[in-house]
Design a protein around this ligand. Structure first.
Ligand SMILES: *Cc1c(COP(=O)(O)O)cnc(C)c1O
Length: 391
């Protein structure tokens, strides 16, 4: 199946399907670490790459390949490499494309662990990072150096849903001979296709919306054949952060309902954001679907929906925020997002707790900030639970 032949919702259900000799209808799980050979000659040909076939699941596996093909079709990329987690995907991109002395410009508003990976580990190997305001294109431009190789951004950002103009950012990156990497976790390809807007590489934590029910860890990288299919795949092959076939099977099924789920997440989130905006205890609501969001128009033009993540600052800082969290009866207190179950997180003491106060201030993580991943429960029940929190 090619992306030219079928539309998105069809590809989400049928791309990458391959039947075994049993002609099963639901895809099989190839839960096997290795594959056998008919002869020594066949083994040698497969290991050398002369003959293309699966031989060891760290390198490739049919169930993982089915997920990779399907996600590549949905993002509109030539190649996809699945990884053991979203962080493994980001790590593999950096390890594959950078060397000592290279420079990266990154948004300052990224997943907390991504910041830690860059500053605590990659800088140890001589890669230099500069962090800029996500939506300030001039700041990106000014941060470019002769050694700049990559731009890294999440849009909308976690947790305060800032947005950058992907097309414009790709223009700046390419003018400086750098590649643009977009973390597309919040939107998924249902709501945003960064490659079509000029990005070179998309990274995913499949743990979130792609799974959709909070079961498995996984990640993926999508882009062209040479960069992703060869260079970055080489990192996973030798570095070992391959995706488990079982998790790939769960994600492949997740992709089949992703479009419907994302639309439902968006509907619930918009209703909730509008309601939160009217509550006295709240200082500020962050949601791209609100007209008051500074990049509302941009979100409308580059996304086909505003997503399921809503963040808000409560009056009274950390104590007030914790009180709300502790008064809830239904919402899950957990850092995961993209689940059918609504979840609430206090970023300053969890996902962004390992950052310094300065890094948190730079990323605009206020002490009173709460992040909601709006699930698919009845919106009236989600609202009633928050009302309990506020009382
Ligand atoms: C969760 C997350 C990651 C990391 O993914 P894991 O699967 O937890 O390793 C990266 N980026 C964003 C935006 C995330 O939400």
């Amino acid at each position: 199946m090619t992306d030219k032949q079928f539309n998105f919702d069809t590809l989400a259900i049928r791309a990458g399907n391959e039947q075994s000799n049993f002609q099963e209808h639901s895809e099989a799980i190839f839960l096997t670490s290795s594959f056998t050979f008919k002869s020594a000659e066949e083994a040698a040909a497969r290991f050398s790459g002369e003959e293309h076939a699966h031989f060891y699941s760290r390198v490739s596996n049919p169930t993982v390949a089915a997920f990779e093909k399907r996600l590549a079709a949905l993002e509109g990329g030539e190649s996809c490499v699945a990884t053991a987690s979203g962080m493994a995907a980001i790590f593999a991109v950096m390890l594959g494309l950078l060397k000592s002395g290279d420079h990266v410009v990154s948004s300052r508003s990224i997943f907390g662990t991504s910041t830690i990976l860059f500053t605590n580990y990659l800088e140890k190997f001589g890669v230099e990072f500069d962090f800029v305001d996500l939506s300030d294109l001039d700041a990106w431009q000014q941060a470019v150096k002769p050694t700049t190789k990559l731009f890294f951004a999440e849009t909308p950002s976690n947790p305060i849903t800032e947005i950058v103009d992907i097309k414009a950012l790709a223009g700046i990156a390419h003018a400086g001979d750098a590649l643009l990497v977009i973390d597309n976790v919040f939107c998924t390809p249902v709501l945003q296709k960064p490659l079509e807007l000029g990005a070179d590489i998309v990274v995913h934590s499949a743990t979130k919306y792609i799974d959709g029910q909070g079961r498995c860890l996984g990640g993926a990288i999508v882009g062209d054949k040479k960069l992703v299919g060869e260079t970055i795949h080489g990192v996973i092959r030798s570095g070992g952060a391959a995706l488990s076939p079982f998790n790939a099977w769960v994600f492949n099924n997740g992709l089949e309902t992703l479009s419907l789920r994302m639309k439902a997440h968006c509907d619930n989130a918009l209703t909730l954001a509008r309601w939160l905006d009217k509550q006295d205890q709240i200082e500020k609501v962050y949601y791209p679907g609100l007209e008051s969001h500074p990049q509302h128009a941009l979100a409308k033009s580059q996304q086909s929906g505003f997503g399921g993540m809503v963040s808000f600052i409560v009056k009274g800082g950390k104590d007030a925020a914790w009180k709300i969290v502790n008064n809830l009866q239904m919402l899950s207190i957990t850092a995961n997002l993209g689940d059918t179950k609504s979840t609430i997180t206090h970023p300053a003491t969890t996902t962004h707790g390992r950052l310094s106060q300065q890094q948190r201030d730079d990323a605009l993580i206020a002490d009173g900030l709460l992040r909601l991943s709006v699930g698919l429960e009845d919106i009236a029940d989600i609202q009633a639970d928050l009302e309990r929190g506020f009382s």
